[in-house]
Design a protein around this ligand. Structure first.
Ligand SMILES: [Zn+2]
Length: 439
């Protein structure tokens, strides 16, 4: 609870003395000649955290360590009696802080009440800003590295297991809130109002393998962006946002992606374009959720397919393999899918592996034929892939979840992915600010 019309606080004598003492020490370290300027700066940073700890300790004790009456009412209907004061350690962004709180206990149900406990939003012994800092660093870095970085850059000391628990708890809450919104969206009780009308909205879909406790499984990734339709013909992606589902089925992932695209104003969009590799789930999902979207097969993936065939038929690293693939890549570029298919059918693979690669590729280029009209897409200024899709997988999943020694459970991976998307999508404060101002 915030105090309104409170009188200006005067610094308690003891705190005043301590702060002045620390400020003196800082100043001496700078003007003295025992430390280099760089060392003095580091000492100042260290001491200013100490000032912060002193201020928080005394201030929080002042705020919560006061008896507000002998009794307070209990949820059970009974009364809680003031039992005295209890001390507590809290890890804050300036380091560990000790403060005093009033303690009440109910004689009927035995419930305990510590003043300030709920207001501080503590998770374990971590203050909300500390929880935020841990979550921020740990959604970018492996837990161990994150803890190391926090200790070096701030006064915040956290063990790897605490860091993991904290970030996964918040990631889980973010995920849960999204899920509730999604249910409301699909239940027709919620409609997103986009801030602006996107001219041309792109949706890209892909999957990438990640290490889970039992084996490698897929994490699906979708990205959404629009392009500036300016006179200069700029077509750079603008405001890319992401969703990701760890070991998620197509149906659930489809709803997750639709939610993000709805948020980005799909209903108001001038035009929708979906880019994906040839995986059948992708196009089924697009048909279901984005029936109006123009479907484009990512040129990058299509070309990769050609190189695979070249290798399988003509041998890995051979000149013939490369030449065959490049000639056909050129055919794709100018829209001769029929020529690619003829060239595939003209191959005479000598191995079973080669025959299988050719057979699959014929199926792939036949099924996706309508999605490869590259000359016309280029003429209209559409994106035709070239790694946009791949980049989403790296940005969201690979850099955080596919590092050596990692083994995820579905829930843990999802929690971290939820935090990553929150950050990447520019919505970090939307989650944290209300928590911090609720106190
Ligand atoms: Zn009670």
């Amino acid at each position: 609870m915030k105090l309104l019309h409170a009188a200006p606080a005067t610094l308690p004598e003891e705190l005043y003395e301590r702060v002045v003492e620390l400020a003196k020490e800082m100043y001496e370290s700078v003007v003295g000649d025992t430390l280099s300027a760089a060392e003095a700066e580091e000492r100042v940073a260290e001491l200013s955290r100490e000032v912060g700890q002193e201020v928080l300790s005394t201030g929080l004790s002042e705020r919560y360590g006061k008896q507000t009456g002998r009794w307070r009412s209990c949820d059970c209907g009974g009364r809680q009696r003031f039992e005295g004061y209890r001390e507590r350690w809290v890890m804050s962004v300036v380091g560990p802080v000790r403060y005093r709180r009033a303690y009440y206990r109910c004689g009927e149900c035995g419930a305990s009440y510590y003043a300030g406990e709920a207001e501080l939003g503590l998770e374990g012994s971590f203050s909300l800003p500390a929880q935020e800092a841990v979550s921020l660093v740990c959604c970018e870095l492996p837990f161990e590295r994150g803890c190391e970085l926090l200790a070096r850059l701030s006064g915040l000391e956290v063990s790897m297991s605490h860091a993991r628990r904290l970030s996964e708890a918040h990631g889980g809450l973010v995920e849960e809130a999204l899920k509730q919104e999604r249910e409301a969206l699909f239940g027709g009780e919620l409609e997103y109002l986009a801030d602006e009308r996107p001219e041309r909205l792109y949706v890209t879909l892909d999957g990438t393998q990640a290490p889970f406790v039992d084996d490698w499984h897929e994490a699906k990734v979708g990205s959404v962006y629009d392009v500036e339709a300016d006179d200069a013909g700029s077509d750079r992606p603008r405001k890319t946002s992401y969703v990701s589902g760890a070991r998620e089925g197509v149906e659930a992932f489809g709803q997750r992606l639709y939610q993000e695209v709805a948020r980005r104003g799909v209903k108001q969009a001038g035009q929708q374009i979906a880019i994906g590799d040839g995986a059948p789930w992708i196009w089924n999902l697009v048909e279901e959720h984005f029936p109006e979207a123009l479907q484009i097969l990512d040129l990058y993936h299509a070309a990769q397919r050609l190189y695979e065939v070249g290798r399988a038929v003509h041998g890995d690293g051979t000149k013939r393999a490369r030449e065959w693939a490049e000639a056909n890549r050129q055919r794709l570029w100018v829209g001769q899918v029929a020529g690619v298919l003829r060239s595939l059918k003209g191959l005479r693979p000598q191995t079973e592996e080669g025959s299988e690669a050719v057979r699959l590729a014929i199926g792939y280029f036949t099924t996706n034929r309508q999605r490869m009209d590259y000359p016309s897409y280029r003429a209209r200024g559409y994106h035709i892939g070239s790694g946009v899709v791949e980049a989403a997988c790296k940005t969201v999943v690979a850099v955080r979840c596919k590092r050596s020694g990692m083994r995820w459970t579905k829930a843990r991976a999802q929690a971290i992915l939820a935090l990553r998307c929150l950050l990447l999508n520019g919505r970090w404060d939307e989650y944290w600010q209300p928590l911090k101002s609720a106190a």
